[in-house]
Design a protein around this ligand. Structure first.
Ligand code: ADE
Length: 227
């Protein structure tokens, strides 16, 4: 069983992504628990303040130390986290190997930044891993956290109905996935490749591998150069 706690100032943003489809099934099966925590619960005053102006001036607000430190420490009373992750565009770029590694851990705490981010001292003191989902800036870490939790959650053993199906995803072997087809075999004159209809699993495997290599060569030649 994997537990993921998420600290956010916009918990509503995280309500949808985990309530449907595979993420819902993972939780219904008791394989995954996702809990969101509103940072305002640890606000410093009755105005529910959790952010303040940056020292030195400049645009935007910064999430303050005190609410974050208190939130993290309160959650740590009941859970020992294997990783405390901060979602940030200056983190390490998320990829399939990271998803694989994280899916083997038990308890994760994810902090979502907002506005201009969080006070650097929280990063220095508590954060063990910083993740970006790509070289673009979102208005907060919530959508990024949803992406990471989804990518991890589906890899937990037993979550996908056919356990091997994650192994045939794009990127699992540094290759893109091959094209797929379903019925009908002839759609408006566009035919499914003959080899898929013949029922020879060896030939199908070979064909799929060739297609994967071809696709990767044309679309993502960088994947070949990686190792
Ligand atoms: N927060 C804002 N932009 C982000 C990104 N690209 N990845 C992770 N967290 C973010």
């Amino acid at each position: 069983m994997m537990t993921i706690d998420i600290i956010t100032v916009v918990p509503d943003l995280l309500e949808g992504p985990f309530s449907h489809s595979i993420m819902k099934r993972a939780q219904d099966k008791g394989l995954l628990t996702v809990r969101t925590h509103n940072l305002r619960k640890w606000a410093i005053n009755k105005h529910a303040q959790v952010d303040d102006y940056p020292f030195g001036g400049g645009a935007g607000m910064v999430l303050m130390c005190e609410p974050l430190a208190n939130a993290i420490e309160e959650l740590q009373i009941n859970t020992s986290y294997d990783a405390i992750i901060y979602m940030t565009p200056d983190g390490k770029t998320f990829d399939q190997p990271m998803a694989n590694q994280l899916s083997m851990l038990q308890n994760l705490l994810i902090i979502c930044g907002h506005y201009k981010g969080i006070d650097q001292r929280i990063r220095d003191q508590y954060i063990t891993m910083e993740i970006s989902i790509g070289d673009y800036v979102l208005s907060g870490g919530e959508l990024a956290a949803a992406v990471v939790v989804d990518a991890i959650g589906r890899l937990i053993p037993g979550v996908l109905s056919d356990e091997t199906s994650a192994l045939t995803d794009s990127f699992q072997d540094n290759l893109l996935a091959p094209p797929v087809y379903t019925r009908p075999a002839d759609f408006r004159g566009m035919k499914v490749p003959e080899i898929l209809l013949q029922g020879d699993p060896k030939k199908v495997d070979n064909w799929r591998f060739e297609q994967s290599v071809e696709r990767t060569k044309t679309r993502r030649p960088d994947l070949f150069k990686e190792d």
